[in-house]
Design a protein around this ligand. Structure first.
Ligand code: MN
Length: 447
């Protein structure tokens, strides 16, 4: 998809905060979330704009959205199926419709929020019916997530973790051929802001007998999630794979490393991961991310070329996204003292060994049924530099190199009361930067 008017850096929005340089949600972004006004009301779909959320149900009910349609086909959709989807209490219906209606909606929303259109001026006059301050809403899960799969697409993460457990043989022979993943647990996916209880589980320290108790090596994993959309008939061909991805969010795949180390062989992660996975409430559409596309990871000489079903010149040329990802940490003591969270890592999503398209194509290649709302996560995003490692296991090298927090505390793994905050921002020359909001979670003591 080429760049279009919705990406124009010169667009001006009638919502003043959307013009602030630091905002995650300028008019070029238009991310989706499900919100409930704190003052009461039903959940509804919203669009992030500056420090506000645009109520899509109200925008549709007032007729403004239909008026904002930029062509007849969009107008017909906005009077029919798309209107129903915009007025529903979750993103499920929009996800089922797929990418093409999402693109139509994006154009209409851009027009509705522009300061220089007639419909935009009319919308501005009705702002009190359309907008809620982000401070005054609760953001929930964006959709019914039926299934969740977590990949392992950062070769740096895989190499780091592998070298801790298998120093002689860090990267297993399948890594450069197969996008490795495991089936996660959709039932324990929680929206940003939900506290996460330290899990109990079975661990084994050296040759001592195994024990059952609270994990002592609780960790986060900084990841990007992709939300599946549209009607899908497996298999998915790589050149069309992205038509089945609505957009991206931030994912924290909380992990209990001590439980993981004892249970993971031979079938992979199980209870070390399934106690909680946090997701950011905002879905940033792939259309919004168009200006930030870049080439897929360049495989070093000597690495095998992907097999034909995972090869596509277009995906190789533009299957990556320039997204900077950050992890921030605030301990209970830091919060009590009013200290700001501390950034503990900064990574780049474009360094992933497999593209999202390759992951999705591989996932469906055996006949596995994927459904709208399914979540595909990238795996921990880590780079070469120490500061770009996306989990504490790597950042503190299994706890052997503790981190010193800004107030002087040290961390090998997460302590009770620690808050982990993930942030993401897409940047590219000539484009207005867009962000992902936040994915937060505070660790509660084991029950
Ligand atoms: Mn993970």
């Amino acid at each position: 998809m080429p760049l279009d008017l919705t990406h124009d850096p010169d667009l001006r929005c009638w919502v003043e905060s959307a013009g602030h340089e630091e905002t995650d949600f300028p008019i070029q972004n238009l991310p989706f979330a499900v919100f409930t006004p704190a003052a009461g009301g039903d959940p509804r779909v919203g669009i992030g704009i500056g420090s506000e959320v645009l109520d899509l149900r109200a925008a549709s009910a007032t007729g403004l959205l239909e008026r904002a349609a930029t062509d007849d086909i969009t107008r017909r959709h906005l009077a029919d199926t798309l209107a129903d989807a915009c007025r529903s209490p979750s993103l499920d219906a929009l996800l089922a419709l797929g990418r093409v209606p999402a693109r139509m909606l994006r154009h209409a929303l851009s027009s509705l929020l522009r300061a220089d259109t007639t419909v935009g001026r009319d919308a501005a006059a009705m702002a009190d019916q359309l907008l809620f301050s982000l401070d005054g809403v609760h953001l929930g899960l964006p959709a019914h997530i039926g299934d969740y799969t977590d990949f392992y697409a950062s070769v740096h993460h895989a190499t780091n973790v592998g070298s801790m457990f298998r120093p002689d043989n860090p990267l297993l022979p399948n890594y450069k051929w197969v996008p490795i993943g495991y089936h996660g647990r959709a039932s324990t996916i929680v929206p940003s802001g939900t506290p996460v209880r330290r899990p109990r589980g079975q661990t084994r320290d050296g040759d001592a007998p195994p024990e059952f108790g609270p994990s002592r090596r609780l960790d986060y994993e900084l990841e990007v999630g992709a939300v599946v959309c549209g009607g899908i008939d497996a298999p998915i061909e790589l050149p069309r794979a992205e038509e089945h991805l609505y957009g991206l969010c931030l994912v924290n795949d909380w992990s209990a490393r001590d439980i993981q180390a004892w249970e993971y062989q031979p079938l992979g992660p199980f209870l070390a991961k399934s106690f909680a996975t946090s997701v950011s409430p905002w879905i940033v559409t792939l259309d919004a991310l168009e200006p930030f596309r870049t080439a897929a990871y360049t495989r070093p000489e000597g690495d095998p070329a992907p097999l034909p079903y995972l090869s596509d010149p277009d995906d190789a040329q533009r299957g990556g996204f320039r997204i900077t990802l950050e992890v921030w940490l605030a301990s209970a003591r830091m919060r009590e003292r009013g200290e700001a969270p501390m950034r503990v890592s900064e990574g780049a999503f474009e360094g992933m060994y497999w593209t999202l398209g390759q992951m999705l194509t591989h996932h469906a290649s055996n006949g596995c049924v994927l459904r709208p709302g399914d979540l595909i996560a990238s795996g921990t995003v880590s780079g070469v530099a120490k500061e770009s490692r996306g989990c504490l296991l790597e950042r503190t090298w299994k706890g052997t190199e503790p981190l010193t927090l800004s107030g002087g505390e040290t961390r090998r793994f997460l302590e009770d009361g620690d808050e982990v905050i993930l942030r993401g921002r897409a940047r590219a020359p000539g484009a207005t930067p867009i962000g992902f909001g936040e994915c937060r979670g505070i660790v509660l003591p084991a029950s």
